[in-house]
Write a protein that binds this ligand. Sequence first.
Ligand code: MSP
Length: 501
Amino acid sequence: MTYYVTTPIYYVNGDPHLGHAYSTMAADVLARHMRQRGEDVFFLTGTDEHGEPIELAAEKEGITPQELADRNAPKFEQMARRIEATNDFFIRTSDPRHEAKVAEIMQRVHDNGHVYEGTYEGWYCPRCADFKTERELGPGHTCPIHEIPLEREREENWFFRLSSFQQQLERLYEERPDFVVPDFRRNEAVSFIKRGLEDVSLSRARLKWGMHLPWDPSQRMYVWFDALLNYVTALSFAREGEDLTERYWPADYHVLAKDILKFHAVIWPALLFAAGYEPPKRMVIHGYLLMGERKMSKSLGNVLDPDQVIDRYGADALRYYCFREVSFGQDGSVSPAGFEARYESELANDYGNLASRSLAMIDRYRDGKVPDAAIDESLAASFDGVGQRVRDLLDHAELSQALDEIWQLVRRLNQYVEESRPWDLAKDESQAGRLDLVLYNLAEGLRVTTLLLLPYLPETAERLLGALQEPARGLAELGSRGGGQRVEKLPPLFPKLDQPA
Ligand code: MSP
């Protein structure tokens, strides 16, 4: 089976920050997990390089929008690598291959009769590149996201007949209860649709940076149309000489935050219908990472730099912290103090210590060789069915709940060490069989737990599975394996850092 997962494509008007990294890490957890299940995965991320937000930022710096994009897009590519994202392709919307495909698809939308010329008048936020309805405005005609006053704009442009997809969208949501997860976001999308859809502006006459409409070059395409289409266009050129569209479309999951719900949950499926494509299978809407009470963003100037965290603690710790601290789907605060607390108590103590001491005891008491023994019944209750539970949760993109499910195994194994006291067993020859059982179960428990943790802690899992002499990475290998293999001791997986940065 194929599995196609995407992130939003990020605006290149600023540097990447933890909020962007968060969506990419989430998509990466899903991609890695599905690869472990043997699926044929395609994982896409990239940058959104057209439109007013980029034009304005470039103007401010006195450079061209393309220069700005060429300078900033590599930073987003670099961020993806730093957080260990395993994306199969990185799309940039200024890529002529994307533009050619967008022109082809939009021409089809035009030829199918889904556009018309009209006059637009309304409140426009240049930073969102979005027209706001009266209902969406903040106090005093401001943008609720950027908190800037909005201008009322009036111009002749082209419209997309969103309203004609009213019934088709209602039916889509009725037929597919999990089209948008979590549920409360689905309800938001449904109530937006039920209030009655209005046609949306598809082009701007005044915009200088963006694609020309193929049938009316005097107008530029509203950036959201060109941006959303990236999910489809990328498949046509991501692999040299190959068109992957048939193979991977419709996408299995779009990962995004609530700020762009309307575009993805309402406009996007309608645009796909208009162009003759199937809608995506599902999308997952996550919340905001907040610093204190506010959304993290470049413009609000309260950015926690993922680079600094990674330099000091590694990408795994950052990935773990984000999904552990904030329940995926909800908004939640992140902070250096919160990060350090979890790093210390959960990564270094719970997991890192469990691994170090288990390996050290096998080394000391059994010369590094995992004894061959049976599964301890007292552990079975925690481990039985855990693989299936994690699969089910991740099928619903419940990233924090799945991680919690796995972390309970870490806790249970620590408790097992305390209960069984291998250091006492080692002092008593008559307990040799019992010690074999405990050491085998620790190695086996760590192996299973670490295979499940791999999508969250890829680098750590690689090291630990290597030390455990476990060659498999797939979830088919969760079932118990025998002993007999020689394991290696490891330096601490999450070293304690006493010095403040
Ligand atoms: N370019 C559009 C998206 C087009 S997708 C076809 C855009 N870009 S953006 O750079 O503003 O990125 C928005 C996305 O970045 C959010 O939907 C979310 O995925 C991620 N995040 C940005 N800040 C975030 C937080 N503070 N917290 C969580 N996610 C955040 O919108």
